[in-house]
Design a binder for this molecule. Sequence first.
Ligand SMILES: [Fe+2]
Length: 327
Amino acid sequence: MINVLKSFLSVLMAFLNIFASPIFGDFNAPAKPLNPSECKLNFATISDIHMTDEVLRSLMLEIGLYDMENSEYPLDALVATGDLTDHGEEQEWQMLADTFAKRNPAKNIILAQGNHDTWTEDDGYGLAKELFIKYNKEITGREIENEYYSTKINGYTFIVLASEDDRTSMFMSDAQLAWLEKEMKKASKDGLPIFVVSHWPLNQSHGLPETWGDDEPEPDDGGIGDQSVQVEAILKKYNNVFLLSGHIHNGFVNERQAETYGYMSVESDGSFHSINLSPYMYMTVRGRVANGTGFNFEVYEDRVEIRARSYSAGVWYTDYCETIPLA
Ligand SMILES: [Fe+2]
């Protein structure tokens, strides 16, 4: 009963968001790239869908998929950065697949696994892996052998990481780390930005560990965990690397608000760019309080436009948009 109420409130807040949006966003701007003729890659990103078997959660997702489907220029991809389901159970995966089947949000769909997707009650991690691979194929049409995989869209490489255990932080085997190293090297030869998709952000980025919410947080809380330093070292060997993550359930925060909240949604050192996404299904507790949001990426020859959008309200949040010049 409480879950139904929570879901109802989420949907209600998404609609209320429409009325608050003009204060922060552009209600009238169309859902299309800033410069369509020069845009080389245009994709939506959302995180933390947390699908259950409740119809209201399905509706909440469908509202956003409908917004994407009705973009004036079809999106090249939709990327969902983990916690696709709430507990990795088959009926939740089925609800997710049924919801995606109702809409055609983008030409390609990229799904990453999150810690909640590994929390399958029966048979633990083995079943979680099996279900991720099975429903990844059903939803995206992509055949994968491992939960970690890479794909190319319009010539741009997307490298999707995954945990190989059912803990809260991430666990990457030596095999996955070696694979990441190889994939990054291969992708860098194209001379284009590389997009790395991981549910977990790097340790101590985006205000971690304080933003994880524990009263007495350990330094690595909320991040990749044990292998964060190794992942960071591999990614930072290259230019124009974009790490897309979720997991913390932070709201949008821009540079102007960084001191107040202790983090930013888009953190950049000029070459490595870390983008942390708000939870799609839940209201955030800090930053821009909303749900149904994500970032839209437009890749141009010389820059990447990262545009905050409420997919549930169909509004660009211009206050949280960033332009990243390519190195
Ligand atoms: Fe989550």
